[in-house]
Design a protein around this ligand. Structure first.
Ligand SMILES: [Zn+2]
Length: 388
């Protein structure tokens, strides 16, 4: 075939330009349906060739055409598998490889070829999220990738180990270690509201909540450790709290706070997991925070102030899935009234136990938010079955 070259016109050029535009190599403003191989098209072809390791001549010969054709595929548009003797190639394969590499799986170089190594990496991923490890990337695997791997995990391989450990250890809570961190304490009372009926401080209230949570988790066979007692002499810095959790080899870390604001109308629950502004996040921390957030909102009716990524010491230094929960505003009359009711704190506890349990259900067997009855769940786990 004669290479398509600068100055050519025709439907083939329109097609080439469409693929290059889809790859962001050609500006959408340059005439989306033009059939002219203009200088901008030539520049885009060259950039494409360079990025694919092809010889850069600004023309579309057989090799460049094949590469452009492969570049059309968007991840999720087709099922990917290890085909022999001619392997599948395409931009979707490259996206998959990049995503797996980011998550710490060894696919080899992201070369856009679905070879045996990519297939093995997919199978390993599948095993870890509880899917059939067949090495084929179909809708279920794609869904799991979307839910777990959307954000970057690179640079912090322990996050991968976190999810490894979670998947390998099964759904039971028995024998796990959860560190609960009631915020503040000692010389630091946290948020204080002068006119509170019982003059609750954030520090006291969160210690009470932590004790209730400790009781429920311990009843489910969890080893629980609090980072402080009810009235410590000094306030332990967050770094020390995080290091305590690390030294105990905790499986989950939950830090409990209430929020406060000068505006009494500010109210609601928010959760925080480790992450930075440029999209780096702890995938398991984000999952834990999301579960805690959704369970609390569903079970208590607190306003949903959502889940956020923060690079705070507490979240950065902890090596296990870690969440900081701000269970309402002590400065909001509405939230305060709820929080000082022991019954309401029990609801919060129920929500957090359900969230911790859901962390350990394989994604495929996860249950709708607000649906776990924790006592039934314990019975099911004890009987060796999982609530579906
Ligand atoms: Zn606080």
């Amino acid at each position: 075939m004669r290479p398509i070259r600068p100055g050519d016109r025709g439907p083939a050029v329109t097609e080439i330009r469409a693929v290059l535009t889809g790859l962001d190599l050609l500006s959408k403003a340059t005439g989306p349906h033009s059939d002219e191989f203009d200088p901008a098209t030539e520049r885009a072809v060259r950039a494409f060739q360079q990025s694919r390791g092809l010889s850069v001549d600004g023309r579309v010969g057989a090799e460049t055409w094949r590469a452009l054709d492969a570049a059309r595929w968007r991840l999720g548009a087709r099922t990917l598998y290890h085909a022999v003797p001619v392997p599948l190639t395409g931009e979707d394969v490259r996206s998959l490889q990049e995503r797996l590499l980011e998550m710490g799986y060894d696919t080899g170089r992201a070369d856009a070829i679905y070879g045996i190594r990519t297939s093995r990496a997919v199978a390993q991923f599948q095993r870890e999220v509880g899917l059939v490890p067949d090495g084929t990337c179909g809708p279920h695997t794609m869904g799991a990738l979307r839910r777990l791997g959307r954000k970057v995990v690179g640079g912090r391989p322990q996050w991968l180990r976190e999810s490894d450990a979670i998947r390998q250890s099964g759904p039971t809570l028995v024998g796990r270690t959860v560190v609960i961190d009631p915020g503040h304490g000692g010389t630091d009372p946290g948020v204080v509201v002068a006119d509170g009926p019982l003059r609750w401080t954030e520090a006291d209230l969160m210690h009470d909540l932590a004790s209730r949570l400790e009781g429920r988790l311990a009843a489910a066979g969890v080893r629980v450790q609090l980072t402080r007692g009810p009235s410590p002499e000094t306030c332990l810095p967050d770094i020390d709290r995080a290091q305590l959790a690390n030294s105990l080899g905790a499986d989950v870390f939950i830090s409990l706070h209430t929020d406060g604001h000068a505006n009494p109308e500010a109210e609601g629950v928010a959760t925080y997991h480790y992450g930075t502004d440029n999209g780096v996040t702890s995938a398991t921390g984000e999952r834990l925070a999301g579960l805690v957030q959704r369970e609390i909102v569903a079970r208590t009716g607190l306003r949903d102030c959502r889940t956020h990524a923060k690079a705070w010491d507490l979240l950065r230094i902890t090596r296990m899935p870690a969440v900081r929960v701000e269970v309402g505003y002590l400065t909001s009359p509405t939230d305060r009234e709820r929080l000082i009711a022991p019954r309401f704190r029990d609801k919060l506890v129920e929500a957090m136990v359900a969230a911790v349990q859901r962390m350990y259900l394989p994604i495929e067997r996860d249950v709708p938010t607000g649906s776990i009855d924790v006592s039934e769940l314990r019975a099911a786990v004890a009987a060796g079955t999982v609530v579906d």
